[in-house]
Design a binder for this molecule. Structure first.
Ligand SMILES: *Cc1c(COP(=O)(O)O)cnc(C)c1O
Length: 380
């Protein structure tokens, strides 16, 4: 048991392992004894279960969420001369892979939900645009009905970045099953996290699926015959064994996250100086993060300095927090060549100055949640 004198961590993945130790350890030992470490029945079994969970026909496991995105772009033949539209407020991997295949990322600002502002997507489309990568950031689904309508009208592929949203749905349809492909990460702190790196792609398109299987395995269908430049991006059997066990608990864990978010919401909703996360009516989010915004001076002149001072005070009161993300992608040093300036995408730039992600993991106790709430109210 965690005592109240201990600081509240932003996340704690050791606790989750402790609850599953017997089951997970036995499965890992079995893999070690089996001698099948890469591919094989455990990986195929997990792919089947992950596909079934999403009500899609195909799942292709790979080495990371980043690879899932990279392989998807490759399978859709996106490369030099192409443009891909995405949000500026996301983890670098979302855009990095666009550059890695030789295409150009086109960044769009966000709205109040922290997700891509769909009203601004259409204006970013050019004759070179080939795809859109919506990110279900912090576990909150993008309005996929509106996004798919835009994509269809302009004949664009949709690659869902579901890295932070495993189990979320939009209008009762799981994210990752709505676009042409869905990309997932099993990084340890994601909603379905392995004990190492891992990722997967979901799709209902058998042709894309077979391309993905070839690309993740050195561009080879028949051993030692290589038809394409591929990569080595396979999921280890140990990770598949662990993930298959954890997938059975995912819905319960997501329910716990939802209850914690509701509790935070209840006590933080009316607090002056705090903006709680905004949700859309059709979305069922899974709260990878519970991210508030703090601002002083009636939202004029809200600065990163003020936010950082709030975090510092929280830390002194025994509450850890995180900043996702301090700098939007359009202002990153690597993207200076794209010509964006400070002020180009102002909503995201402001968010970067105001966001604080509070402790959020399924095992967070009510006592810890209370501590977070009291500490935060004290700081403002
Ligand atoms: C974690 C993450 C990724 C990358 O996943 P990895 O498994 O760490 O490679 C991509 N996009 C988003 C939004 C993420 O949060």
């Amino acid at each position: 048991m965690i005592q109240s004198v201990n600081p509240v961590p932003a996340f704690d993945i050791k606790q989750q392992y402790a609850t599953l130790e017997a089951e997970v350890s036995a499965a890992v030992l079995e893999v070690l004894a089996s001698g099948r470490y890469i591919g094989g029945p455990l990986v195929e079994g997990f792919e089947k279960q992950f596909a079934a969970y999403h009500h899609v026909s195909e799942c292709i496991a790979c080495n990371s969420g980043t690879d899932a995105l990279f392989l998807s772009l490759r399978a859709l033949n996106i490369g030099a001369g192409d443009e891909v539209i995405t949000t500026t407020f996301t983890f670098i991997a979302t855009a990095e892979v666009i550059s890695a295949v030789g295409a150009k990322p086109v960044f769009v600002d966000i709205d109040d939900t922290f997700n891509i502002d769909l009203k601004q997507v259409e204006a970013a489309i050019t004759p070179q645009t080939k795809a859109i990568i919506p990110v279900h950031l912090f576990g909150q689904p993008v309005d996929m009905t509106a996004l798919m309508a835009i994509a269809q009208a302009h004949n664009l592929a949709v690659i869902e970045d579901c890295a932070q949203a495993t189990g979320a749905s939009w209008n009762n349809q799981k994210v990752g099953s709505i676009g042409h492909v869905g990309c997932f990460s099993f990084y340890p702190t994601k909603n379905l996290g392995g004990c190492g790196d891992g990722g997967a792609i979901t799709t209902n398109d058998p042709e894309i699926a077979s391309k993905l299987r070839v690309l993740r395995d050195h561009g080879s269908k028949v051993r030692y015959i290589h038809e394409e430049i591929g990569v080595n991006s396979r999921l280890d059997a140990i990770q598949a064994a662990i993930l298959e066990i954890k997938l059975r608990y995912l819905d319960n864990w997501n329910e716990s996250r939802k209850a914690i978010a509701a509790y935070y919401h209840q006590f933080l909703n009316q607090v002056p100086g705090i903006i709680v996360p905004q949700e859309l009516a059709g979305g069922a989010g899974v709260w990878n993060q519970y991210t508030i915004r703090v601002s002083n001076a009636e939202r004029n002149g809200a600065s990163a300095k003020y936010r950082d001072s709030v975090r510092q005070q929280l830390q002194e009161k025994g509450v850890s927090s995180m900043v996702y993300y301090p700098l939007p992608l359009h202002l990153q040093p690597i993207y200076q060549n794209l010509g964006y300036q400070p002020g180009s995408l102002p909503v995201a730039e402001q968010a970067c100055h105001e966001v604080i992600s509070l402790p959020m993991f399924p095992e967070l106790t009510q006592e810890q949640q209370d501590k977070v709430i009291y500490a935060l109210k004290d700081c403002l």
